[in-house]
Structure formats: C-alpha cells, structure tokens
Ligand binder design. Structure first.
Ligand code: NAD
Length: 331
C-alpha cells in the first residue's frame, strides 16, 4: 500500500521516470500535474504529502489548504516560488537542490560575458545581414587586466572566479554575508556594492531573489556603472529593473548585457529588450545539461521523499521548521 501521494505540481521535462523511481523506493506514489496558479495546486493536489515544484506558486493559501503537506521540493537552487515564512509556520519543510549545475551556470555566465565583451551579437547580426566588416564592433578593449565584479559570492560565482583566472581578469565581489578572509583565500577582494559598480568592467549577478534584493540593480546602480561596462544576469530577472536597463542600454550608458533570466518569463513578444544591439538573451537555460537535469530530478525527488517519510535532510532551506516538526536522522 502506498505511503501517500507526492505530486509534481508542474514540469517541462520529457520524462518523470527518475522521480518515479526515487519516490517509489520509499513507498510513495508519484502523481504528475500541470498547475499554473495557486488554485490549480489546491484543486489538483489536495491529498499531497509532498510537492515537487517547478514554477507553480506555493503560497500561504496553498499550504493552508493541503492538510497532509509535509515537504515541498523545488526543482532548482532558488526557492522564490515558495512562501518560506508560511511554510515554516505550517510545519512544511522546503528543500532546494543547491548543487546540481554550478559548472553549467558558471560556464553560461562566462559565455554571456565573453560574447558581450567580444560584441558577438553585433558582429553576427551584420554577417547575417550580408555584410563583412569587423569595424561595426569598435571599440573592443583587451580583456586581460579588466575587473570582473561578482554581485553575490556563493557557489556559482566562486566557480566563475576560478574560471576567470584563465583570462587574467581581476575579480572583486560584493556579498555582505561572506567574510573578507574567505574571499581572499580564493583571490577575490570583497568591496561594497557601490565600489563594485563603479570599478568593474564586467558585472555578473548571483544573489538570490528575496524581498530585499528585488530590483537590486535599478536606476541609481546603473548610473554608477561605467558606460563601457557589461552586465550579466544568470540569477533571477527581478533582481534587475528591466525598464531602467533598457534605458541605460539605449542611451549608451552601458555597453552590453547578457541575460539568462528576465523579469517576466517567457519574455513577452513585445519586450523592449528585443532588438537592442549587444544584448544577448537566453531562455533560462544556464542550468541545463543532460547530466545536470538528471541530477536535479533525482536529487529533488529523493530528498523530498525522505523528508516526507520523516527523515531530516541537509537540503531543507527553512531551518526554523525543525522547531515545528520532528525529523529523524537517517542512519
Ligand atoms: P548560493 O546559495 O550558493 O549563494 C547565494 C549567495 O548570495 C550567498 O553567498 C549569500 O550570502 C549571497 N547573498 C544573499 N543576499 C545577498 C545580498 N542582498 N547581496 C549580496 N549577496 C547576497 O547560490 P548560487 O548557487 O551561487 O546561485 C546563485 C543564484 O543563481 C541562485 O539564487 C539562483 O536563483 C540562480 N540560479 C540560476 C540558474 C539558471 O539556470 N539561470 C541556475 C541555478 C541557480
């Protein structure tokens, strides 16, 4: 007999076999759904003991209407689709998968940085238009010796910093929760956000989206950047005020932007971002490789099922929930 149902609230994957294998090992049943709204989740996942969530909003209302819910496993690093405060109050453990795609995202970050620094969009567009003239990319400066500023200094930007050594760029970072000594061990100098924005030639954003970081980069921050600077965001679209970014790019107050994430995803057909020269946009693809996708699905299902079965797990992000629920240590 099944121990209970674990619902996939929504998914874009071609198969859920890795998830099915993991949850069945622990005696649960996997039920796939395609919910878009909180009301969809309430209606479709009523008897859930756990949810595996890609983009569906797991709000306070959802948690209050799912009486058996013990765990929500978010497909990814960011948990901004889940109301963490409400989860903790309702004794619901929220898990993420913190370590499945750092290599992919740091590579994608570098791809965007290099493509913008070398003005590949401008060069490619004119070749596509039948022209053949490198001068459309003027001016391009030598990368060696430039300064890369990392906003946030967690797992992914640390890998970016490691890879930056190969290009001989100087790396600085802003992260109020990381010690100077820890950063210096990795050869990175910690600075204030203003100093980073004013000094860096290449700026890459890696902070989580929270109430405090929404529009962390807006009009004032963009004004501080050098007009030759390039901004890359592989974290979350809402960290950057897109209207202000478009204005800065169009007014020539910023040289280029590489965005894997946008304020609204998918990007609207009429978005002002489309068609601005030296802007590259990719469809939230930085995390993806076949290996990362397999790891994400397997880890999310395994960890969430373990918590639903009553075991503690290091992937729980709302640590205070441990004061509300009793979780055993798995031997
Ligand atoms: P992480 O959890 O290892 O690190 C986050 C860092 O941000 C921490 O060091 C923390 O101290 C710092 N931070 C928190 N608030 C801050 C603030 N206000 N200002 C500056 N720093 C702050 O995260 P990570 O693995 O490095 O991932 C970074 C982000 O990348 C995630 O939040 C996630 O949203 C995003 N991400 C995107 C993709 C993609 O496909 N585009 C894939 C994975 C992760």
């Amino acid at each position: 007999m099944s121990r209970g149902k674990i619902y996939v609230t929504d998914y874009e994957y071609a198969t859920l076999e890795p998830e099915r294998m993991e949850v069945e090992k622990l005696g649960f049943e996997l039920v796939p759904k395609q919910c878009r709204t909180e009301d969809d989740v309430i209606r479709e996942c009523k008897d859930a003991v756990a949810l595996l969530d890609q983009y569906a909003p797991i709000t306070r209302k959802v948690m209050e209407h799912l009486p058996n819910l013990r765990a929500v496993g978010r497909y990814g690093v960011g948990v901004n689709t889940v109301d963490l405060e409400a989860a903790t109050e309702n004794g619901v453990c929220v898990l993420n998968v913190p370590d499945y795609c750092q290599d992919e995202v740091s590579n994608h970050t570098f791809s965007l940085l290099l493509a913008c620094a070398r003005k590949l969009p401008v060069l490619f567009d004119q070749v596509q238009a039948g022209e053949w003239d490198y001068k459309v990319s003027k001016p391009i400066s030598r990368l060696r010796g430039q300064t890369l500023g990392l906003v946030g200094f967690g797992r992914i930007p640390r890998m970016v910093a490691e890879k930056a050594k190969a290009f001989s760029v100087h790396v600085i970072a802003y992260d109020p929760y990381v010690s100077r000594a820890e950063a210096e061990l990795l050869g990175v100098q910690l600075v204030s956000l203003d100093a980073l924005l004013e000094t860096a030639d290449l700026i890459s954003i890696h902070v989580p989206l929270t109430k405090d970081t929404h529009h962390l980069i807006s009009v004032d921050q963009l004004k501080r950047m050098k007009p030759t600077a390039i901004l890359v965001n592989t974290s979350r679209g809402q960290l950057v005020d897109e209207k202000a970014l478009c204005r800065a790019l169009k007014d020539g107050r910023l040289a280029g932007a590489g965005l894997d994430v946008t304020e609204c995803e998918p990007l609207e057909a009429g978005s002002e971002l489309r068609g601005i020269p030296n802007v590259i946009i990719t469809p939230h693809a930085a995390w993806y490789s076949e290996e990362a996708e397999r790891e994400l699905k397997t880890k999310n299902a395994r960890n969430t099922a373990e918590v639903a079965a009553g075991f503690d797990n290091p992937a729980i992000v709302n640590h205070a929930v441990r004061g509300k629920v009793c979780l055993q240590i798995r031997s």
